[in-house]
Design a protein around this ligand. Structure first.
Ligand SMILES: *Cc1c(COP(=O)(O)O)cnc(C)c1O
Length: 234
């Protein structure tokens, strides 16, 4: 059995190699450990291995874990699953970055609560680059208008874009999803009135993180390669 620490070191090495191959600084890519479905023992092992950004997709599960691990210095929680407005308050108790902003209704709910608390939140706009119906996120051609509509929500620090590529062995099809996101990033950067830096691209998972890095990913979200297969969801 390979330990989480060994796997984390291997993943970090693969990230660094992918950065070198793409002529990028290895420090420019963050590794998010996707801890969804795993128990506290696994999360503690991940923390012990030096992983400091955990990604979770369900608020109740994440909130509970964050509470249990509240005393770990430097540990940050990212939400990478669809967020319903009725869970905003609970999510904001532990989340420092939301990767799935996909509606104005959600932007409004987040901003209202954050304004009350006098703080901001890092957010990524989720884009459905594969066109698959089962996936959430905005259609690529809706993102520019959406970005402009985010102007009133000053508590949202718009960091960039997030996507899930098509799940496929066809590398060209996966790469096309990443290219759609980088094309959008270029357009948004030229859109003067859009709030946000648009510097960040959250893309790449266990099966495709090296390809994502070749296309400019700044955060890769890795679960199975670090922790093995996830227990079935019940
Ligand atoms: C589960 C999940 C991941 C991690 O996927 P792996 O294949 O386990 O690496 C990444 N991003 C999102 C949005 C996820 O839901």
């Amino acid at each position: 059995m390979t330990s989480v620490a060994e796997r984390a070191a291997q993943v970090r090495e693969r990230i660094d190699a992918a950065c070198r191959a793409a002529d990028r600084d290895p420090g420019s890519v963050r590794l998010m450990a996707v801890t969804k479905t795993h128990g506290l023992d696994v999360l503690e092992e991940a923390y012990g291995a030096g992983l400091r950004l955990f990604g979770e997709n369900r608020v109740p599960e994440a909130a509970e874990k964050a509470e249990q691990l509240a005393d770990r210095p430097g540990l940050a929680w990212a939400l990478i699953g669809h967020l319903q407005t009725n869970k905003v308050a609970r999510a904001l108790r532990f989340t420092t970055e939301l990767h799935t902003l996909d509606s104005l209704k959600l932007a409004e709910a987040l901003d209202r609560r954050l304004q009350e608390q006098g703080r901001g939140l890092d957010v990524f706009v989720q884009v459905n680059t594969s066109g698959e119906e089962a996936k959430t996120g905005l259609a690529p051609d809706a993102v520019e208008a959406f970005a402009l509509d985010l102007r009133p929500f000053s508590a949202l620090r718009v960091r960039g874009l997030m996507t899930l590529a098509v799940y496929s062995d066809d590398e060209a099809a996966v790469a096309a999803c990443f290219t759609r996101l980088t094309d959008l990033q270029q357009r948004l950067r030229q859109l003067d009135a859009a709030p946000g830096s648009w510097d960040e691209l959250s893309m790449g998972m266990s099966g495709d993180f090296e390809l994502a890095i070749a296309h400019g990913a700044t955060t890769v979200r890795v679960g199975q390669t670090l922790f093995g297969a996830r227990p079935p969801v019940t």
